[in-house]
Design a binder for this molecule. Structure first.
Ligand code: TRP
Length: 466
């Protein structure tokens, strides 16, 4: 059995440590910023009617996402092991029970399931790098871009190949370990992505439909302000907004806990969380502001679903000078952003296999990676061969997405805040967060009351109303 108890009583991680505070922030931002911001946020905001959904999402990010993220980091740093072992260790240490490890186990499972379809969509971005570079979108009409998309996702062999390629890239980085692998992948990607989003925003502002996009994203129907029946926001949409907040911030499944395990003692958890949440939310808003004006300018449907980004952005790039170049770079960056997220999705499962079964990191990565690849085939087929096989929430892809984002992540977040707010004693949490008056008190109120009650309220209403 491995031990991570150092002689001075403070635990250290078995997998190495971040080289600096900045490295940690970059890594967490790298995990948070991904397909969730650029691919998922616009399409589910579109499907759920825009403004009211965006508002609920923003409230969820601040009031629930922030305290959950802080709780995850503090638990991770205190336990300094994989999420399963950390929850077990702290559960016992805090005088509760080792059964808390099930929170970690559910997170490991959620990470595996999310990555199974995430890798498929990331595979699409790889294909779009090649398509962009070949000039397929230069001057293309909305119709041509649309046809490109449907014939691509209709070709299951090609989609499976891209999924395989992306999983291989992920396995490669994760197998190399914390310091050498994770850190370097993030350093330049987030700033570069931000720059290209600004370029797209500029284009979209000049499209003549910027006002439409702005209104779609931020105006809230009168009926919702007055809370009448006519408000299009259903409990399902509210749950989708909550799920998106968890998904985009990478919280609720122990990934951030696993990263927190490598965090140096002196780093401020509040400061780091604020930086990450701000960066992540800004990129999602930018993506929405870049995409919706294009949707309206070209008479497309905001509720088009998972293909939305792949059908709007190539169109914009196709009409720009230097579009072939920028479009290629954009999809390269998006693939990078997905890559750094995929690493984080795999980390809890790999750390668990390494510690629990005493495997090498390379072995653990290949075992878990292979498993994820296999499950992912279900999502590959959801857009072609099995597109008409629908049950419960839709295709296999729809169901895996719903089960993970809307159920498992919020449930994980609920248990994590209950653990940090109620099970851990005040001294332990204050020790990690720094007991500096108001900030600590605010976190504690959010973690003990607001976040758990909010999550439960949304989950219960969504389940009973559908
Ligand atoms: N936040 C990622 C994105 O927006 C996806 C994600 C969800 C994730 N949970 C995660 C990434 C855990 C890393 C770790 O694309």
């Amino acid at each position: 059995m491995l031990s991570n108890q150092a002689s001075d009583g403070k635990r250290t991680s078995l997998h190495g440590h971040w080289s600096s505070r900045m490295a940690f922030i970059l890594a967490v931002t790298g995990s948070a910023v991904g397909l969730g911001n650029i691919w998922k946020f616009p399409y589910i905001a579109g499907q759920n009617g825009g403004g009211a959904f965006v508002l609920v999402y923003l409230i969820c990010v601040v009031v629930i996402g922030m305290p959950v993220m802080m709780s995850e980091i503090l638990i991770g740093r205190r336990g300094r092991r994989n999420p399963v072992a950390t929850m077990e260790l702290l559960g016992k240490e805090e005088g509760s029970s080792g059964k808390w490890r099930w929170v970690g186990s559910m997170g490991v499972l959620a990470g595996i399931l999310i990555l199974s379809y995430y890798s498929v969509i990331a595979g699409w971005t790889l294909a779009y790098v090649v398509k962009s570079a070949s000039g397929a979108f230069a001057g293309a009409s909305a119709e041509i871009v649309g046809t490109h998309f449907s014939s691509f996702v209709g070709n299951w062999k090609l989609v499976a190949l891209c999924h395989t390629l992306f999983m291989s890239l992920t396995i490669f980085v994760v197998a190399r370990g914390v310091e050498r692998g994770l850190e370097q992948a993030v350093r330049f990607m987030v700033p570069a992505l931000l720059l290209l989003m600004l370029l797209l925003l500029g284009y979209s502002m000049s499209s003549g439909y910027f006002g439409h996009g702005l209104r779609f994203m931020f105006s809230i129907p009168e009926s919702c302000m007055q809370l009448t029946e006519a408000c299009p926001l259903t409990w399902d949409s509210v749950l989708a907004a909550l799920g998106q907040a968890f998904f985009t911030l990478s919280i609720g499944m122990g990934a951030i806990m696993a990263y927190g395990a490598y965090l140096p003692e002196e780093t401020s958890i509040t400061g780091a969380s604020t930086a990450v949440v701000t960066a992540d939310t800004s990129i999602a808003m930018l993506a929405g502001l870049a995409i919706f004006p294009l949707v309206f300018a070209n008479g497309l449907e905001p509720a088009a679903g998972p293909g939305l980004v792949f059908q709007t952005l190539p169109l914009a790039f196709g009409q720009m000078t230097g579009g072939v170049f920028f479009s290629t770079i954009f999809f390269v960056l998006l693939a990078f952003a997905a890559w750094t997220s995929a690493i984080g999705l795999m980390e809890p499962a790999v750390a668990w296999v390494v510690e629990h079964f005493n495997r090498t990191r390379a072995q653990g990565t290949v075992i878990i990676g292979g498993l994820i690849w296999g499950i992912g085939l279900g999502s590959v087929l959801s857009f072609n061969v099995l597109a008409d096989t629908r049950f419960f929430k839709g295709t296999i892809f729809d169901n895996v997405d719903f089960l993970t984002s809307n159920i498992m992540l919020p449930l994980g977040g609920l248990l994590i805040t209950i653990f940090a707010g109620w099970v851990m004693c005040r001294n332990s949490t204050a020790d990690e967060l720094g007991s500096s008056g108001t900030l600590y008190k605010a976190w504690r109120i959010l973690a003990r009351f607001i976040a758990p009650i909010g999550i439960l309220f949304v989950l219960i209403n969504a389940v009973t109303s559908s």
